[in-house]
Design a protein around this ligand. Structure first.
Ligand code: 5GP
Length: 132
């Protein structure tokens, strides 16, 4: 099993932000901005565009709900969405709270936040997601 599948299965710890039967969301360990979240399918699939139409549609709707919760938890101008997948071969959608376009530049230096702060951010997002 790959690292993200293990995270979704709870075999590797993560800062959980949201979940349902099919998908899981957690904080990126090297965030571009506070609240940078990754959404993944529990099922192991590498390339997002190999997902069939229905699964991809459900995945996008899940990411939308996470983005709504994220914006309430981490006020921002908008939540940006990106798909790269060059580092981890398990489909994932990046959600990044943006104050400006610069926040979506993946070549930017990443933030290093204390564990307690990561925990607090994830708990806020999780709480907002539960309220939807
Ligand atoms: P990509 O594959 O989209 O280029 O980048 C993978 C992303 O996953 C990176 O932003 C990286 O910080 C994040 N990442 C890689 N390994 C882990 C991990 O073990 N835990 C978490 N929470 N994030 C990870």
């Amino acid at each position: 099993m790959g690292i993200f599948a293990k995270i979704a299965a709870g075999e590797i710890p993560s800062y959980k932000c949201a979940e349902n039967d099919e998908f899981y969301a957690f904080l990126d360990i090297n965030p571009l901005a506070k609240g940078h979240t990754l959404c993944i399918p529990r099922r192991e699939v590498d390339y997002i565009f190999d997902m069939d139409d229905d699964e991809l549609a459900r995945f996008q709707v899940f990411a939308k709900h996470v983005a709504v919760a994220l914006r309430r938890a981490c006020p921002c101008v908008k939540v940006g969405q990106a798909v790269l997948g060059l580092e981890v071969p398990h489909a994932h959608i990046h959600l990044v709270p943006m104050q400006s376009e610069k926040d979506m530049q993946f070549s930017n230096p990443k933030l290093q936040l204390p564990q307690e702060e990561m925990q607090a951010i994830a708990a806020k997002i999780f709480d907002e997601y539960q309220k939807l």
